[in-house]
Write a protein of this length. Structure first.
Length: 194
């Protein structure tokens, strides 16, 4: 019996050593938020991958010269990706936020596991953060909900609209620029809504 107990204690020590030698956590390779970066007429244009909608945003607490925007993944909303908009440098200027729809180069297949459906994206709505020296195009699949009249009173519609209005307000405050009364997104929705 004592021999068995001794072997168990020895095995326990070996296991503890193996656990201690292993790293505590795995560092995952961060995927890049941007799918394409191009230079057009001296302006640097950043294009994000297609995301579902916003997770959170605001002025970074550690670095107040950065405005961060976190986005939820299109396939898994628990996958969060983030990018920064920096404070203005030298002769750069924040021009504003613009909304639009862009036809995709290739059709994009999206599987919604909650509703057990698959659909194809041929075009995608975007938010453009426009500067004098460049732009950031942020492609969001969730924006198409705002363009459907039958979804106006849905909770997701109202939540997304409030989030975007808050984003506009905070971003214009960050760049010390005056935002038109009521925001920009309601005007775009009014023109495009079907």
């Amino acid at each position: 019996m004592t021999a068995l107990l001794e072997r168990l204690k020895q095995k326990q020590k070996e296991l503890k050593l193996n656990i201690e030698n292993k790293p505590k956590f795995k560092k995952e390779k961060k995927a890049d938020v941007f799918s394409k970066i191009e230079e057009v007429k001296g302006r640097k244009i950043y294009h994000t991958k297609i995301f579902n909608d916003f997770y959170t945003f605001g002025i970074s607490k550690n670095e107040p010269t950065k405005f961060f925007i976190s986005l939820r993944g299109i396939f898994n909303i628990e996958d969060i990706s983030m990018f920064h908009l920096f404070s203005l440098r030298e002769d750069d200027e924040f021009i504003g936020i613009y909304y639009g729809i862009r036809k995709l180069d290739k059709a994009f297949i999206v599987k919604n596991f909650n509703k057990k459906e698959t659909y194809t994206l041929r075009k995608c709505e975007y938010i453009e953060f426009k500067f004098k020296k460049g732009s950031v195009f942020c492609y969001l699949n969730g924006l198409h909900i705002l363009l459907k009249k039958d979804r106006v009173n849905s909770p997701y519609y109202n939540t997304l609209l409030n989030i975007i209005l808050e984003l506009e307000t905070e971003l214009y405050t960050f760049y010390n620029k005056e935002l038109s009364k009521g925001g920009i997104i309601p005007e775009w929705i009014k023109k495009r809504q079907k």
